[in-house]
Design a protein around this ligand. Structure first.
Ligand code: PLP
Length: 405
């Protein structure tokens, strides 16, 4: 075996350390003992409120709410958007479990929309599902950072009177034609869980330009009557009617997490560049392997390459598993979306038995040959080149074995 094809020894779940300034900010908060977001003294804003202001500015939106998780942000966004038990909510058929989970958490039912080979929402199927279901809300999951044509989507939804809530768990820092992912519809929902683009262990951010929507979301998040102390909230008068008719569904972010996130936000754009250097290097390597099909990344899309997806359409299911095994033996951790059993973070609509069973032949066909890999920033560019060689080697090996059968 050539030297560069020695097994890879890196750890795919290893994020970079929390930066020193974020650690120092966290220690400062702990020294005060005032970890709860409303435990402030005098006119102190508190880290949670400061983060809301800073993230609203970063996104170019008017309002922002810091909360417990990305899943929680989606769930209160749906409720604040007026979704009621029994309603149907449209969403991508290629997404992760917290997305249908957020829809189920408000008693609604997901209607899955097919995807294209570029892993984005299929606009034709969206039109069909809108007319079949009469749904009034789309929870768009820009899964694994793939943005659909956002301008075309916004126009289609406007024509059909459908509200857009964006799940931006994988697109924080991404944009379409220069406009931030999360700012195209009623709301953007972000996650700051460890594997995302900012890391506070757990955490979520919800953005919107709509004052009534945000006032409802703030009340839902468990603000008691302390909404005046928020960093990027609508004016007090907006809360007058809303505050007494909105339940408190506690899910606040605390000052400790917010303190860890504030300095990280300053380096987000720099990290996006670093992710993309790694992504582009791996994508270039894989594009030389004839059996591998990479999704197209259209020019208007400014993506964040924190993970990579590709397909091996010519392999049968047995060979797909063998491909995963061969890579694993060489230290490369791939997830296969065609697997019948959900593995860790990877699952597909067949595993969500609480949803209505749905026929999604196009999605099933695409997922059957789809592989997925994290690209942590702890990997060097040399690591990424090494990984691409291992994947390419195994793809060629499995496809030539397939041809010999
Ligand atoms: C596509 C997608 N949306 C939403 C979420 C929810 O984020 P959180 O883990 O912060 O609830 C995740 C988390 O893995 C995700 O992958």
């Amino acid at each position: 075996m050539e030297r560069s094809l020695e097994p890879f020894r890196g750890v795919f779940t290893q994020q970079e350390a929390i930066p020193d300034d974020a650690i120092a900010a966290a220690v400062d908060v702990m020294r005060t003992g005032r970890l709860h977001r409303y435990n402030t003294v005098g006119d102190e804003l508190g880290a949670a409120s400061e983060l809301e202001r800073a993230f609203a500015d970063y996104q170019g939106t008017r309002f922002c709410l810091a909360c417990a998780s990305g899943g929680y942000a989606m769930s209160i966004a749906l409720r604040a958007a007026g979704v009621e038990p029994g309603d149907t909510v449209l969403t991508n058929s290629f997404t992760l479990a917290p997305v249908p989970g957020a829809i189920a958490s408000v008693g609604a039912r997901p209607a899955f929309v097919e995807i294209t080979e570029d892993l984005v929402l299929d606009p034709d199927d969206l039109k069909t599902k809108i007319s079949e279901t009469g749904a009034k809300v789309l929870l768009l999951s820009s899964m694994r950072g793939h943005l659909c044509d956002m301008e075309a989507l916004v126009a289609l939804l406007a024509d059909n009177d459908v509200l857009l809530v964006e799940d931006c768990a994988h697109t924080m820092g991404a944009s379409w034609n220069g406009r931030a992912s999360g700012s195209f519809g009623l709301a953007g929902c972000f996650s700051t869980q460890t594997y995302k683009h900012l890391n506070s262990g757990e955490g979520g951010l919800l953005t919107s330009d709509d004052p009534q929507f945000m006032a409802r979301a703030i009340m839902l998040s468990g603000s008691y009557m302390l909404y005046r102390r928020h960093g990027a909230a609508p004016p007090e008068t907006t809360f007058e009617d809303i505050r007494l008719e909105t339940p408190n569904m506690s899910g606040r972010m605390d000052n400790l997490r917010a303190a860890i996130l504030l300095p990280q936000l300053q380096t987000l754009d720099k990290n996006v560049q670093r992710w993309n250097e790694r992504y582009d290097l791996i994508a270039d390597g894989l594009s030389e392997v004839p059996a591998i099909k990479l999704p197209r990344r259209p020019d208007p899309e400014h993506y964040v390459g924190s993970s990579i997806q590709f397909r091996l359409p010519t392999l049968d299911p047995e060979k797909m598993l063998r491909f995963v095994e061969l890579n694993k033996e060489m230290g490369v951790e791939l997830k296969w979306f065609g697997d019948n059993t959900p593995v860790a973070f990877t699952s597909n609509h067949h595993s969500w038995k609480y949803t209505d069973p749905q026929e999604l032949p196009k999605t099933d066909h695409i997922l059957a040959s789809l592989f997925d890999m994290r690209i942590p920033l702890s990997f060097t560019l040399g690591d990424c080149a090494h990984i691409a060689r291992i994947i390419g080697h195994n793809a060629s090996r499995c496809t030539s074995e397939e041809n010999l059968r």
